[in-house]
Design a protein around this ligand. Structure first.
Ligand code: NAD
Length: 338
């Protein structure tokens, strides 16, 4: 890190902000300088928990010369305008996933970051989760052959009562698709090691009276001809409804073996057993993903290298999600060019 400590400012002290505060404290190359929050109760709670000043107007964070990196832990619809303002203020950007709500918004953010010479790092957690990294390394080693098919299922309760208003409104970037679909598209493209070239999908609202989706099923075709399906619900919350599959289950069928990732925590590979194949657990470390992401961003800044999560990848994930929504609206297969 060259001995330099980078100051971090956090914009938005909601649900995920604690992970960013901890990362700023623990990465080794950063320190938490200040935060911004428009909700007074959340501002007070963050200030007392992290002993860090919290201001109402995010522009004060951008004006602080001690802040080098801003974590944007904001509702999705604010990623673009506040991201562009951060770039104009010369701050490096650690934006939570997805980069933005649309490809056009991503393009404007990327242009702003490039023209102001700052990094734009999207927090695609799945690329830092230990079982995903280990699975990708196994695939790269050639030991399990080449990925042919993947299935990814993630069923969880929506938790409507506890969700902020923006999350129930697609025009503000709400819904399960942008929140968790972003993780699923990210991990499938990461594990298959290929960009998506076409999709057929439904993205619907089936379980709640809200203006945002709670159900998705998609078929993704990759550039090398391999394919994946993903199924996701933010299920109804009433007692006894009975779905809670935290993190989901991914099975990647490769030419020489299968890999299975469960609950974003455990990795298995298939081995020969008495009655055919059986699962054998692969030991993986535990990783604090947000700290790993922030360390990667600091490395990118210090070495003036492209972002570890490239802007092209982050934009591609948004393009795939938008194509799935278009497929759902039109009933057609949609080609993905980005
Ligand atoms: N990587 C992960 O696993 C993960 C998990 C959860 C959320 N996220 C991402 O984190 C981001 C935030 O999600 P969340 O669930 O924490 O949302 P949230 O609604 O809990 O928090 C957002 C906060 O931003 C504040 N805010 C709104 N406008 C503001 C402004 N102008 N200035 C300052 N603060 C403002 C809100 O008051 C709120 O407290 C999203 O991009 C989401 O997808 C990532």
């Amino acid at each position: 890190m060259g001995g330099r400590t980078f100051g971090v400012g956090i914009i938005g002290t909601g649900r995920i902000s604690g992970a960013h505060a901890r990362a700023a404290r623990e990465s080794g190359g950063t320190r938490l300088v200040m935060a911004s929050e428009v909700d007074q109760a959340r501002a007070d709670a963050f200030e007392s928990k992290w002993s860090c000043p919290v201001v109402a107007d995010y522009r004060e964070v951008f004006e602080n010369p001690d802040v080098d990196i801003v974590s944007l832990t904001l509702p999705h619809w604010l990623h673009e305008p506040i991201g562009i303002a951060a770039a104009e203020a010369g701050k490096h950007i650690f934006v939570e996933k997805p980069m933005a709500d649309s490809v056009e918004e991503c393009d404007r953010m990327i242009a702003a970051a490039r023209s102001h010479g700052v990094k734009l790092f999207t927090g695609h957690t799945e690329q830092f989760l230990a079982p995903n990294v280990a699975a990708r390394n196994l695939i790269a080693s050639g030991e399990v052959g080449t990925p042919v098919l993947a299935t990814d299922c993630w069923y969880k309760a929506f938790g409507v009562a506890a969700r902020p208003a923006w999350f129930l409104d697609r025009s503000k970037g709400g819904g399960m698709w942008l929140m968790n679909g972003a993780h699923m598209v990210d991990r499938l493209t990461y594990l298959m090691g290929q960009p998506v070239v076409s999709v057929k999908a439904i993205v619907q609202t089936r379980f709640h009276a809200i203006s945002a989706d709670d159900t998705a099923l998609a078929f993704l075709q990759f550039a090398d001809g391999s394919a994946a399906t993903l199924a996701h619900t933010g299920y109804k919350d009433h007692a006894g409804a009975g779905v809670d599959h935290i993190g989901g289950e991914i099975i990647i069928t490769c030419t020489e073996a299968q890999l299975k990732i469960v609950d974003r925590a455990r990795l298995y590979r298939s081995v020969a057993g008495d009655k055919g194949g059986m699962w054998q657990e692969v030991e993986v470390d535990r990783v604090d993903t947000t700290t790993a992401e922030l360390r990667a961003l600091v490395h990118n800044i210090v070495h003036d290298e492209p972002e570890t999560v490239s802007v092209e990848q982050a934009r591609h994930i948004v393009a795939v999600m938008a194509a799935c929504e278009e497929s759902s609206r039109t009933g057609r297969e949609i080609l993905v060019h980005a």
